[in-house]
Design a protein around this ligand. Sequence first.
Ligand SMILES: N[C@@H](CCC(=O)N[C@@H](CS)C(=O)NCC(=O)O)C(=O)O
Length: 289
Amino acid sequence: MTADAYTPPRVWTWDKENGGEFASTNRPIAGATHDKDLPVGQHPLQLYSQGTPNGVKITVMLEELLEAGHPGAEYDAWLIRIGKGDQFGSGFVEINPNSKIPAMVDHTTTPPTRIFESGSILLYLAEKFGAFLPPEHHARTETLNWLFWQMGSAPYLGGGFGHFYAYAPEKWEYPINRYAMEVKRQMDVLDRQLADQKYVAGDDLTIADFAIWPWYGGLAMGWQYNAAEFLDVQSYAHVQRWARALHDRPAFRRGRMVNRVAGDPSSQLHERHAASDFETRTQDKIAAE
Ligand SMILES: N[C@@H](CCC(=O)N[C@@H](CS)C(=O)NCC(=O)O)C(=O)O
């Protein structure tokens, strides 16, 4: 037992000063903290999100749908600043009782349809547009296998490894070891899968790629937690090849810009309401006005 080993009390209580990045938005209770309606734009699809890996899954898919000639995928993307607690506004909680981005509303149905959980949104869009989810039984099942693999695996990468390596108030060996081991195992799973096929679920780009790329592609590109060297991400050669190929697609480049609040101002499009916004409404252009 180490000097600062913890003996849990009989009943856990909320210690508001428990520290760590993002601690101020964490609460042990659900529900809204304040009244705030959500804005609604002109397009059928209304997205409420931020450009985190879970948010990027959806904007990349919407941009790929538009690129593939589905005009019905036009969308308004509104910024929900999770660091400021926008996810706890009453309007947002009405469309996602779990208070996490991304969340979407489809206004083409009566009544409008709310969709939350990024995997559910990807599946909803794939079924709505008949795209990026192969209809053939085996290929469809394989795509869903990898979609759900991502949903189950990424919390170990973000909530486990990322939290303890980058955000916790101190570096503790036990949790960093545990989650580094698991994340490296997951990268190896993906690397073996990508060794003899172009995309995660086979020869075609699917919602499995949209789900997995922002997390594991981002890790391979060195964008996550400043951990590229620590996890030796370069050693996953097939993940590297796949991550770079997707990174170079124009729709992925645009998708990464939407609702992004960090990085070069020219890469940040806080809100997206029209295709032309990528040229005219990025933060560098807004600052110059
Ligand atoms: N399983 C959810 C996870 C969503 C999620 O964790 N979103 C994060 C941003 S990446 C969030 O909204 N965090 C705000 C909070 O926890 O209060 C999904 O895939 O949609």
